[in-house]
Write a protein that binds this ligand. Sequence first.
Ligand code: ADP
Length: 151
Amino acid sequence: MKRCLFPGSFDPFTKGHEAIVHQALSLFDEVVIGVGINSKKQGLFSTEKKIAHIQSLFLDQPQVRVASFQKLTVEFCKDIQATHIVRGLRDAKDFEYERSIGHMNHAISGIDTVFLLTAQAHSALNSSIIREMYQNGADITPFVTNHELLV
Ligand code: ADP
């Protein structure tokens, strides 16, 4: 049984994140989506709403689980017995940022990060831009499936 953790703030969980989970399912038996709780960075959507929203997207897939966590990502991996962390890469900027975190995570735990390349159609999707649009009344239907569950 190969299990990975896909961690993030998912504020909100976009179609880009959704596609990464599907890509990860071709490599792992189980994907745990970990909604990180950052006490210093309050998100726009509550953790409860985020979890309910993400769960609604994978109702037909028992191999996908959703949980929240408030500790080091690698510590949470150990708790749930995930052997790898999955992260999505949209561009070189994502890579530069993810590379240092991936190295640090490996150095402190031996846990490797698997990077999955975002489909071109999703490479411009960005949670912070979607938040901005949402707060200003724009329709975010094209970017977030079942977004009505976040309200
Ligand atoms: P974090 O605050 O941990 O960066 P995010 O929710 O912004 O959390 O992103 C979680 C993961 O999803 C990261 O690996 C990020 O690079 C990736 N990601 C963000 N947007 C997209 C997208 N449009 N397509 C694929 N992966 C994405």
